[in-house]
Design a protein around this ligand. Structure first.
Ligand SMILES: NC(=O)c1ccc[n+]([C@@H]2O[C@H](COP(=O)([O-])OP(=O)(O)OC[C@H]3O[C@@H](n4cnc5c(N)ncnc54)[C@H](O)[C@@H]3O)[C@@H](O)[C@H]2O)c1
Length: 443
């Protein structure tokens, strides 16, 4: 063990309540997945918290514990789930509508899934045009609605005997909202809630309620949500960890692997055309141009940040980037993503890369929800607050301090995540320098 200082981390004792905003495809695939794993009916593939090891010390030491054995994480048996949704279906019915899991994964746990019924949601069709729901709260002001969410949170915690909670936004993508005066300070934000200002979307009310109840908040959609000066200040004031935005699952995952490779080899890019077809409810919501704009913004920043065209104008200065999402019902949750990538090499000779990713959206997203729930809970027990940049690994459009450019490269994100875990426990950072293995006289 190095001289580095171990942070005080409270033990993961008692139940952890995972509050999911939205009980749709992603949320139910996640909940049903955890229950299947708990009953020995499946493996939590895709979850670092459950499967990954972490190297400690020198390669000669051969120390590779599982992350789960290295840092104190909530156990699977200690998780309890709650959710809000404007559609009144319980988790079983919602699972069936989503059509992601086969009956072999839903029938044995049907009673468990049926026991998870959504709480009434704070929902307004103005922000998600393609949805209608009846399981909705009413209140005179947006603050009243947010206060009702706070009450839900407290009741859930008490009823389920939880020692801690985390909240993960797994609800639909809202229409695009640019940060404005209502988001500039917490005073302006709360005044805007009182005045029912349209700049305050439901996702912001959940985020505010979460922070006011000292519950970490992770945003799995591209909505502005918690990513405003007002709510970030509140997170710091109340010492609550937060993060987002937008789960990094299919096409963007590929993009943040391929583009660092191009840059690492100084290979040029003239264009990147990405298109998707998907037929789930998320696809239907994203068929609305205003919700799509929110998603588009989230997907477009990636290349710009990774390739740094201002530093490499001759390689990336003229790269053309286009992203399309097409709603195509026959495919359901089984999204197909195509990438047509025009690159150039030595002396400018053109080449092409084609990617055809036949993925399953919610199967890729479920382990992300799980890891975020466990790591945000860990962050809170370790006394970390505000933006958790070390969890950028999971997000398409990672939040970062205002003076920083966000880190999108999947492998840098991965190294950062693991180094943060080492740092938490007082283990040495791994720099991959490795000269000590070769230079005479060093240990
Ligand atoms: N699946 C992926 O790979 C992936 C990747 C990145 C981001 N996302 C995002 O995750 C979110 C969930 O995706 P999904 O496939 O589960 O979609 P879904 O449509 O199946 O589920 C979303 C649920 O949220 C509910 N909802 C909408 N507004 C709400 C509100 N104000 N309060 C509570 N519930 C509300 C809807 O009724 C619906 O049941 C979407 O925003 C999606 O863009 C998904």
């Amino acid at each position: 063990m190095s001289e580095a200082k171990r942070r005080d981390i409270e033990p993961a004792e008692g139940k952890l309540g995972v509050l999911l905003v939205g009980l749709g495809a992603v949320a139910t695939t996640y909940i049903a997945g955890v229950e299947n794993v708990r009953r020995g009916l499946g493996t939590p593939v895709g979850s670092l918290a459950e499967l990954s090891t972490i190297r400690l010390g020198k390669r000669t030491e051969q120390r590779y514990p599982k992350i789960r054995d290295f840092v104190p994480l909530a156990g699977l048996d200690d998780l309890v789930f709650g959710a809000w949704d404007p559609i009144p279906d319980d988790a079983y019915d919602s699972c069936k509508v989503a059509g992601v899991l086969e009956s072999s994964h839903t029938e044995p746990i049907a009673d468990f899934l049926k026991s998870i019924e959504p709480m009434t949601a704070v929902f307004d069709q103005h922000y998600v045009k393609r949805l209608e729901g009846s399981n909705v709260k009413s209140g005179k002001t947006k603050r009243d609605l947010a206060e009702a969410l706070r009450e839900d949170i407290r009741n859930f915690k008490e009823k389920n005997g939880c020692s801690r909670l985390v909240m993960v936004w797994c609800a639909s993508t809202e229409v695009f909202i640019a940060p404005g005066p209502a988001h500039a300070s917490i005073e302006a934000f709360e005044k805007a809630m009182d005045e029912n200002d349209p700049a305050i979307a439901p996702s912001m009310l959940y985020a505010w309620a979460s922070l006011m109840e000292n519950v970490p908040f992770a945003n799995g959609a591209p909505n502005l949500s918690i990513d405003t000066p007002a709510l970030l200040q509140l997170a710091m004031d109340r010492r609550v960890p937060v993060g987002g935005k937008d789960f990094k699952t299919g096409q963007t995952l590929m993009k943040t692997v391929i583009s660092p490779m191009l840059k690492a080899r100084m290979i040029g890019l003239s264009g990147w055309f990405s298109t998707n077809i998907l037929g789930n409810r998320d696809g239907e919501v994203l068929d609305d141009p205003e919700s799509f704009k929110t998603k588009e913004e989230s997907k477009l920043g990636v290349l710009e940040h990774i390739l740094q065209p201002s530093l490499y104008p001759e390689l990336y200065g003229n790269a053309y980037h286009k992203v399309r999402i097409n709603y195509y019902p026959p495919r359901g949750d089984n999204k197909e993503g195509w990438d047509s990538i025009d690159i150039f090499g030595w002396l400018g000779y053109p080449m092409q890369i084609k990617v055809n990713f036949l993925c399953r959206d919610s199967i890729l997203a479920a382990p992300i929800v799980h890891d975020l729930a466990l790591f945000f809970d860990l962050a809170q027990r370790a006394g970390m607050s505000g933006i958790q940049e070390w969890l950028s690994f999971y997000f398409k459009s990672p939040m970062a301090a205002p003076e920083l450019t966000p880190e999108h490269d999947l492998f840098i994100q991965h190294a950062k995540l693991k180094n943060t875990l080492r740092w938490l426990v007082g283990e040495e950072q791994i720099t991959h320098l490795g000269v000590e293995y070769y230079e005479y006289g060093q240990t």
